[in-house]
Structure formats: C-alpha cells, structure tokens
Design a binder for this molecule. Structure first.
Ligand SMILES: [Zn+2]
Length: 208
C-alpha cells in the first residue's frame, strides 16, 4: 500500500509538471548541443592555427628577395625577355663595337614602339635626349634607388618632377646608336647609392 501511494505520488508529480519537465529537458539538451558545437569549433580553430603556423614561414621564404625585401619591380616591357644580362665581373661581346666589355644593365627585347613602364613608384628625376641612347628617363624610388630607361623614342609621357606609380607608361622603345646591332630593346639600368647594381634580384619574374 505504501509503495502504491509512493508511485502514485510520483506519477502525479510527473503529470502535473509535465510541461515544466519537458521544457527543462529541452533546455538541458540545447545547452549540451551548443557546448559540443563550441568545443568542436574551438578545436578546429586550434588546428587551423597550427596549420598556419607551420606553413606561413615556408611561403615567406619562397618569395623572391631583393636587397630590400619590400621592393619588387614590375618588368619595364610587358614580354620582358632578357636579350643581354647584367655583367659586372665578366665580359660580353658588344655586337655594335665588336669589343668584349662589361654590361651593367639588363637589355629587354621589345618591338619598336612597345610601351615602357615604371618598374616601381617614384619621381621622375630627369628626362633627356642622348645622341647615342635616344631618350633617357631616370626615376628616383627613394632610398638612393634609381632606375634608368635608355633607347626610348621621342614619345615620352612624363616630365621631370612627375610622380609615377609602378606599371605607369612612361615611353616607348625605339632604335638607338650605342647598341644598334642588338636591334630594338630597352636598356635598363639600376643605381643604388650612385653605383650601378644588378637589377635582377628585384624582378620576381627573373629570379636568381
Ligand atoms: Zn644594353
């Protein structure tokens, strides 16, 4: 009899509180689901960060490096084939004069009239006409870095003092006397602290 009364009381309790009990059960279930989801999300995030930690330094190392890591040049002519490389400590044959000499510049092959662009942001320091080299444009990039574009035609799109951005058209390729036998090309020089230096490491496309 006592047991029956106890069971009846329990049944009565559940019946009268069915709504509250089911709401409580739902809330507990919802909290459990949210906790599991959050825990799983945080675990995933941890693993993503672990992956990033592993791979980011490797990608940085793979990037081309130059004397200054932040400066990466755009090719001054769009097809950008190297016709004659930079030669400071070895001699190359100068087809025009027949002499073997150094070539502290990169010659990029180009069609007559091919557009020439600034390799990096800067200020036009000089535009001059040279009897041997055609129109010559010098752009200062700050930090004692200057790029010089030789063998240009009379169509020059910048003047001394102009600010230019990387990739901005400054002139066109034309014929010249000093390297006439090499055909149409751009003779590109780079100065660092008033000394001619090898521009190759500044071009991601050329690598080194
Ligand atoms: Zn040259």
């Amino acid at each position: 009899m006592k047991e029956n009364m106890f069971l009846k009381k329990i049944k009565y309790f559940f019946k009268s509180n069915a709504y509250a009990l089911s709401v409580t059960a739902c809330v507990i279930l919802a909290i459990t689901m949210i906790s599991l989801t959050v825990a799983n999300y945080m675990d995933t995030q941890d693993r993503i960060y672990e992956v990033i930690d592993v791979f980011v330094p490797a990608e940085e190392e793979a990037l081309p490096t130059a004397a200054d890591d932040t400066i990466i040049f755009e090719l001054p002519v769009s097809d950008g084939k190297v016709l004659k490389e930079y030669a400071e400590d070895h001699l190359l044959e100068d087809k025009t004069t027949g002499y073997w000499q150094t070539h502290q510049a990169i010659d990029f092959s180009a069609q007559a009239g091919a557009k020439v662009v600034a390799v990096f942001d800067g200020t036009v320091e000089n535009v001059e006409e040279s009897m041997m080299d055609g129109m010559v444009i010098t752009i200062s990039h700050g930090g004692e870095l200057k790029s010089v574009y030789k063998c240009l035609g009379n169509d020059v799109y910048v003047k001394k003092g102009d600010k230019v951005v990387k990739g901005q058209e400054i002139g066109v390729v034309a014929s010249n006397l000093s390297e006439k036998a090499d055909g149409y090309h751009l003779h590109f020089e780079l100065y660092s602290e008033n000394k001619l230096v090898d521009p190759t490491p500044y071009f991601a496309e050329l690598g080194k």
